[in-house]
Design a protein. Structure first.
Length: 149
């Protein structure tokens, strides 16, 4: 059994690595094996998404379910999106030099990227995104209506 044969258990990866190197920690490991180890490490996994900043999206879950909003920013490391005016949280602030009064402020909270879907440009309902290549350029297509996003 090699490192590439294993599925997702990180402990198994380490034990196979130790058995392949016969316990010699100083032995060299190939770059492919390092990438395989990183692939199963949750710190190095990232969620691929075709959503971009400024897209009109539909919220699929949570207190703003069914509402549409624009994407303000995307946090790729944490797989989160910030929406304009949606999923607001309350922050209690003390008086300081910048804010003399203090009080309760509304701040946008992030949503997981899997909890939003692109709003179809024709119907406004949630749709998936496809890619269509024409010549050298790629275009994003709404799967529901087939229109260009």
């Amino acid at each position: 059994m090699t490192i590439a044969d294993l599925s997702t258990n990180k402990c198994d990866l380490v034990s196979v690595y130790q058995s392949e190197t016969k316990g010699n920690v100083a032995s060299t490991i190939s770059m492919d094996e390092i990438m395989t180890l990183k692939q199963f490490d949750p710190k190095h996994q990232s969620f691929k998404s075709k959503l971009k900043k400024g897209d009109e999206v539909v919220v699929l879950t949570g207190k703003s379910k069914g509402e549409t909003a624009k994407i303000e920013s995307i946090d790729k490391k944490r797989n989160r999106v910030f929406l304009e005016g949606k999923n607001l949280g309350k922050k209690h602030t003390k008086p300081d030099l910048n804010n003399n009064e203090g009080g309760i402020i509304d701040i946008p909270m992030p949503l997981h990227i899997s909890n939003v879907a692109l709003a179809d440009p024709k119907g406004g309902k949630a749709t998936r995104i496809g890619l269509k290549t024409s010549g050298d350029s790629k275009q994003r297509i709404a799967k529901k209506s087939g229109s260009v996003v």
